[in-house]
Design a protein. Structure first.
Ligand SMILES: Cc1cc2nc3c(=O)[nH]c(=O)nc-3n(C[C@H](O)[C@H](O)[C@H](O)COP(=O)(O)OP(=O)(O)OC[C@H]3O[C@@H](n4cnc5c(N)ncnc54)[C@H](O)[C@@H]3O)c2cc1C
Ligand code: FES
Ligand code: FES
Lengths: 769, 482
């Protein structure tokens, strides 16, 4: 056999199916609720507040406890350790309300019963009395009411924005409200806790962050982390909604499991899930942009007010990231950007794909539109004139070194026939019919790395068993993004064996400790590297062994498909492993990786928070019905940068999915609170995520296959989870154009987001005057 | 009989302890541990729980995707429930739908996937040549939060092209299954668990008798409303009478369509498309496919909802309904049935038996639905419009709206502005102005009062524009659909 034998199945940079695809389509992929329950499993169900802000004056559980199957009730007083799941040590995130409720839907108590149905029914029989206090729902009202910040704000500054603004030939100021978004992961929150000996407990949790669940459960039980094991094989979607939000559920299950010495499962219904868990932050953005007659930006000032909810949760890093992306892809010569993480009497908002970045980026695009309309230019022209050039500094003083947008945009402009189609759109609208069209090309430049530098580490564990089969484990979690598949490809390629040989196993805190959340698009970057490190350690041992055993120099040893080559001998992989085992070679390794080069000083607002940037651009064309405000996305063309893709099929899937989700955020997904502070869009009947018919009928998605990460990322690939979400903005801008056409583009439509049909129609009416 | 009998995959199930509120999804997941069917919302909106339901119809055995989450167990009597676990290809491997979903990377997190596979399976069986528009329509009731749908559509098209319907297990076993289901039908079935009771009447006379005896019973037809009372509001519906299998007749006599109250949206679709083609697209926008397969027109009327989608259209067409109590029947204009919010002209023991819809061949007719999201959304504003024109003069006009008041309601001022006027823009402009006086709509999470009022006005404009055929399109994606 020669080296150029058939390549292995599932090598890196190849389309490879998701490792669970066959299980998905046959219904055999087990999610947490599908696991066989231990005998005697009981169920917990949360009771939620029915008051947006108030003192609890009485709790009467008489009726609850009298219901069939009820074993008991847990309140804040029943928690053995701390009553807090704040992910940042701020101690402001009670598991169960203690004396005061801060939003409508806050968990107040938990009922434990033999069945979930019994616990759920009994929870509704409790009587909680409140002494209502004033409540504030939106960030500007919160500012005016002096509600204060949930966490320290941040200001990024470079140059003197005030002076440059005053000197700019033209200035525009405005206010822009951008809505939040529910994750609507198809699988809701769920945890199953199984009590063990002594202080031990094991949990199965749908979580992006097993280590944090472990630590939270330990705190709440008042036991060391070593007593707690957290497992997750897969999630039915996460999108950031399971980065911190599952902690509360896991803690309640764990406390109940220890108290009743039985396995405890907790799963809220969809209404409670959407009411009681955090979402994407809504923002109100005050912007000022100074520019010249060519549309070049001179100065930007921005104040970004976020609806954070009642506690900090991840609002600090989310609002920071909003500032980091408030330039989207454009150079601001003089700039001041300030975050205002406002406290409100709403659920505490959290991570959601993009993590504040999209909300920042859309501010940049709003300013571009303003400039373009003021000057009568195609917004694309304004975009191009303001793109970063390598060597320029971002508002956080990181030098841009890997800019590829000029080429990427040029290619997309060509392949999508942007210019001709824009002309066709203008011509169409000039006919003045009911249906108006819009087209927009928007880019993204997305910073990759956790801005909290210490999170940028990962571990992996590889065992090769004596029969040659390979067990792979790493700290990342699988939520559909294909992380496990990509990491397995990396390991398969390292050992030059078919991917089928690699057993992908559940993520567990027992195997890899102190992991970071699978978030910030970093899953493959970090865990792929850690797994490669583990593979390389074993390979080094095997190489030395083979050299010695088959009597060749080490540089004569190579891993080739299915085999190891020692000089001119080809040894089947299994045989090498068997021999290595007999020779007492260590066939297990723990790998580790930490991202190099990054640093960030929040006090000065300067540093290099991002290892690199991922880029992309989209052209969207829409039709808008100016009688009703309804619209369709007629076509979208995307060219996206994932460096050297590890798996083009899965990466394209991420791009498509993120785009549609991003478009949903800005179109039909509306969070609506009534004046009592109650979220009224808390189920798919009222909260409308995109359906198949909302996707663009013509949907051309390509990866910029010439792009290669300039940094030494895993096989020169780039992260893909979040960046393409930002491309949904092109749909929003296209709708804005269609609306603006009714007033002959004399002014931008200035739609607030989401651009529901209602907002669109009202803007049409306003512009028509 | 005191046994609920149905086929579950290849097993015959007979249950004696069944409560009216028991759901199929819980039975599958908790009792049978068939965990491939998922719960994503328990309200019929996400499709993660989609299974196929096979039932005998005059056209033979028909399989339709339904939502297991709001399917009440008693509704499963004498049906064949097929779950994802039963699906396989002729060789025992992957079914063509499953193989295509794998090949086209149609799953990411995979949680929606079993439901999507089952919906596509339903489509693949009945419409092998389905194009993009048909696939979108089939998936109106399925949410995928991960993929953006594009790969799923590609997979559906590939599976359609792959064919193999004749070799499919359900096709090959069709006769045997039909015979087994036929054997399960017949006598009245009384079910109970403790005090929670369910009754499945033999026929409509039996229903009439049972309801007369216990007029407080909950009637359950498709349970696309009642199911939610159970899953979301934990309401007690006992004693319940299950009628989804009754009053299924569809007849067209001269210029009258007669629909039994138990006719589902899907069952009525062909007759609507044929005789009221202006409403065909509207019809496809009621619920999603799973909901249309079980939701009945009689219940859409009987529930008295101000945002039910059939009443505006039916009122515009001067439809009448037949109410029955015991052996007594009375007929009334549909419009008169709706008295006030939550109040209908229905006596204890009475039920809707039939809907009689005149066909207005010469009239100018339209049905419009405006909602936040185009598909599978509840109406913000719905309108049924019918204008009779003779010699250039509007002789009669019926404009009925949903979402504009506490009941489905006619816009009498707007109608008056049209009646007797020349069929020309001026009349419709006047009607569009007049409608402001017809309604005081409300604001809620679906739409503001201002938006509803503006849309109502604009729909009258849209109607005129469509009728006057301006050459430019007046509606989105009209041509590619339906
Ligand atoms: C996901 C989803 C989407 C939906 N989308 C829409 C939509 O777009 N448009 C729309 O209009 N509706 C929609 N609905 C509501 C529902 O589908 C309709 O109202 C449907 O017509 C109800 O029919 P059913 O047979 O399922 O009724 P059921 O739930 O069985 O019954 C509804 C009510 O009618 C009573 N009833 C039933 N039959 C009779 C009878 N013959 N005589 C007297 N009373 C009777 C019942 O007792 C009950 O009070 C949706 C529902 C769901 C779950
Ligand atoms: S679980 Fe969502 S439709 Fe049934
Ligand atoms: S694959 Fe995750 S919801 Fe569809």
């Amino acid at each position: 056999m020669k080296d150029d034998a058939a390549p292995i199945a599932g090598q890196a940079h190849q389309d490879t199916i998701h490792d669970s695809a066959i299980k998905h389509v046959t219904g055999r992929a087990d999610y947490t609720d599908d696991l066989v329950e231990p005998t005697g499993t009981i169920h917990a169900y949360l009771g939620l507040s029915t008051c947006a802000h108030g003192r609890i004056t009485g709790m009467d559980f008489t009726d609850t406890l009298a219901q069939p199957g009820v074993l008991g009730v847990l309140t804040a007083d029943d928690l053995p350790g701390v009553n807090d799941v704040s992910p940042n040590g701020m101690n402001d995130d009670p598991i169960l309300a203690d004396g005061v409720v801060h939003f409508w839907g806050q968990p107040v108590f938990a009922v434990i019963a033999e069945t979930r149905d019994q616990a759920r029914r009994a929870a509704h029989k409790a009587r909680i009395d409140y002494d209502a206090l004033p409540h504030v729902l939106d960030p500007i009202a919160a500012r005016d009411a002096g509600m204060g910040y949930v966490t320290d704000p941040l200001t990024l500054r470079r140059g003197d924005a005030a002076v440059a603004m005053a000197d700019a030939p033209r200035r525009i100021t405005g206010r822009f409200a951008v809505g939040g978004q529910d994750h609507f992961y198809l699988e809701g929150q769920i945890a199953l806790a199984i009590p063990g000996e002594d202080d031990e407990v094991a949990l199965h949790v749908s979580t992006q962050h097993p280590s944090e669940v472990q630590h939270m459960v330990a705190h709440v039980l008042g036991v060391p982390s070593s007593a707690v094991v957290v497992n997750v094989r897969r999630m039915g979607g996460g999108f950031g909604g399971k980065e911190t939000q599952m902690n509360l559920f896991a803690c309640v299950a764990a406390v109940a499991a220890k108290r009743w010495h039985r396995a405890v499962k907790i799963r809220p219904d969809r209404d409670d899930d959407m009411t009681a868990t955090g979402k994407r932050h809504d923002f109100v953005i005050d912007y000022a942009v100074g520019f010249d007659d060519e549309g070049r930006i001179r100065a930007v000032e921005g104040d970004l007010y976020a609806r954070c909810g009642f506690s900090a949760d991840l609002s600090g890093p989310v609002t920071d990231r909003a500032l980091f992306h408030a330039d989207n892809a454009y150079f601001y010569p003089d700039v001041r950007l300030s975050s205002h993480p406002m406290r409100t009497n709403t659920v505490s908002n959290t991570a959601f794909r993009g993590f504040g970045g999209p909300q920042g980026a859309i501010m940049a695009e709003r300013m571009v539109e303003e400039i373009a309309y003021a000057l009568g230019l195609d917004p694309l022209e304004v975009r191009k004139r303001n793109l970063y050039q390598n060597g320029q500094l971002t508002p956080y003083h990181q030098e841009v070194q890997d800019q590829i947008l000029p080429r990427l945009i040029a290619e997309l402009e060509q392949s999508s026939y942007y210019q001709a189609r824009r002309q066709a759109v203008l011509d169409w609208n000039a006919r003045g019919g009911v249906i108006r069209k819009g087209i927009a090309l928007t880019p993204v430049k997305f910073g990759i790395s956790f801005t909290a530098t210490w999170f940028n580490q990962a571990g992996a564990l590889i065992h090769i068993y004596s029969d040659g089969s390979i067990h792979l484990n790493h700290g990342g979690t699988e939520m559909g993004q294909g992380l496990n598949t990509k990491v397995a490809q990396i390991v398969a390629e390292a050992f030059q064996c078919d991917i089928s040989r690699i057993r992908i196993t559940k993520t567990t805190t027992e195997k890899v400790p102190n992991t970071s959340a699978t978030a910030a698009s970093s899953g493959t970057d970090l865990n792929g590297m850690a797994a490669l490190d583990a593979a390389n350690q074993i390979k080094a041992r095997l190489t030395a062994f083979v050299a010695e055993n088959w009597k060749v120099a080490e540089d004569q040893v190579a891993f080739v498909p299915g085999h190891v080559r020692a000089g001119d001998q080809m040894i089947v992989f299994d045989q090498v492993i068997r021999a290595a085992y007999m020779a007492r070679i260590h066939l297990s390794a723990a790998g580790f990786y930490k991202t190099p080069k990054i640093h960030w000083d929040r006090t000065t607002g300067q540093g290099r928070p991002f290892y690199y940037f991922a880029y992309g651009a989209a052209v969207s064309e829409v039709s808008v019905d100016t009688l009703t405000g309804e619209y369709v996305i007629d076509r979208a063309d995307i060219l996206h940068d994932v460096g050297r893709s590890l798996n083009p099929a899965l990466d394209r899937g991420q791009v498509e999915g993120a785009f549609v989700q991003g478009a949903g955020w800005l179109t039909t997904e509306e969070l609506w609170w009534d004046d009592k502070g109650r979220l009224r869009t808390h189920a798919p009947s009222t909260y409308k995520v995109p359906l198949a018919s909302d996707r663009p009928r013509i949907f051309n998605v390509a990866l910029a296959d010439w792009s290669e990460a300039t940094e030494r990322t895993i096989k020169r690939s780039k992260a893909v989870g979040e960046p393409p979400f930002v491309l949904g903005i092109s749909v929003f801008e296209a709708i804005n154009m269609a609306v603006a056409s009714v007033a002959d583009y004399r002014e931008p439509a200035r739609l607030d987001a989401p651009a529901t049909p209602e907002r669109v129609l009202m803007a049409v009416e306003r512009l028509r005057g | 009989m005191t046994q609920l009998r149905f086929l579950l995959n290849d097993t015959e199930v007979a249950l004696t302890e069944v409560a009216a509120s028991d759901t199929l999804l819980d039975h599958l997941r908790l009792t049978r541990r068939l965990t491939g069917t998922k719960e994503g919302c328990a309200e019929g909106d996400c499709g993660a729980c989609t299974v196929l339901s096979g039932r005998l119809t005059p056209d033979g055995l028909v399989y339709e995707p339904i939502n297991a989450c709001i399917r009440l167990m008693a509704s499963c009597h004498a049906t064949h429930i097929v779950t994802i676990e039963h699906l396989r290809g002729p060789d025992g491997g992957l079914h063509p739908i499953q193989a295509a979903m794998v090949a086209h990377h149609g799953s990411q997190c995979g949680f929606c996937t079993p439901g999507i596979v089952m919906a596509l399976y339903g489509l693949w069986m009945t419409d092998p040549k389905a194009g993009e528009a048909e696939i979108e329509t089939a998936l109106q009731g399925n949410i995928c939060r991960c993929t953006g749908y594009a790969p799923i559509i590609r997979a559906a098209q590939a599976a359609g092209a792959a064919g193999g319907q004749a070799q499919d297990a359900l096709a090959r076993e069709r006769e045997a299954v039909a015979a087994r289901l036929a054997g399960m039908r017949g006598a009245r079935v009384s079910l109970a668990r403790g005090a929670d009771r369910a009754l499945i009447p033999t026929d409509t006379d039996d229903l009439a008798a049972a309801l007369l005896k216990e007029p407080d019973s909950t009637l359950v037809a498709g349970a696309t409303d009642v199911g939610l009372w159970v899953t979301k509001f934990m309401r007690d519906i006992s004693p319940a009478i299950f009628i989804g299998h009754l009053m299924k007749d569809i007849t067209v006599e001269g210029d009258l369509i007669r629909l039994g109250a138990g006719v589902t949206y899907s069952e009525a679709a062909p007759v609507i498309a044929r005789h009221i083609p202006q409403a065909a697209e509207y019809w496809q926008r009621i619920g999603g496919w799973q909901v249309r397969n079980v939701g009945t027109i009689g219940a859409n009327i009987a529930n008295g909802s101000p945002i039910g989608d059939t009443p505006p259209l039916l009122i515009a067409l001067d439809a009448r309904i037949v109410l029955r109590r015991g052996a007594d029947r009375r007929e009334m204009p549909l419009e008169d049935f709706f008295i006030d919010y939550g109040k209908q002209d229905r006596q204890p023991g009475e039920f809707v038996e039939e809907i009689v819809i005149p066909i207005h061949r010469a009239a100018r007719t339209a049905a419009y639905k405006v909602s936040k999201r185009r598909d599978s959304d509840i109406t913000a504003v719905a309108a049924g419009i019918r204008v009779d024109v003779a010699e250039g003069i509007i002789t009669d006009a019926r404009l009925a709206f949903g979402g504009m008041a506490g009941i489905p309601k006619r816009a009498r001022a707007a109608e008056a502005a049209l009646r007797g006027q020349p069929f020309a823009e001026a009349a419709f402009d006047a009607a569009a102005r007049a409608i402001a006086g017809d309604f005081q709509p409300m604001t809620d999470m679906r739409a503001s009062a201002e938006y509803r009022a503006t849309v109502a006005r604009n729909l009258i404009r849209r109607f005129w524009l469509e009728q006057s055929e301006p050459g430019l399109p007046v509606r989105l994606r009209l041509t590619e659909r339906a």
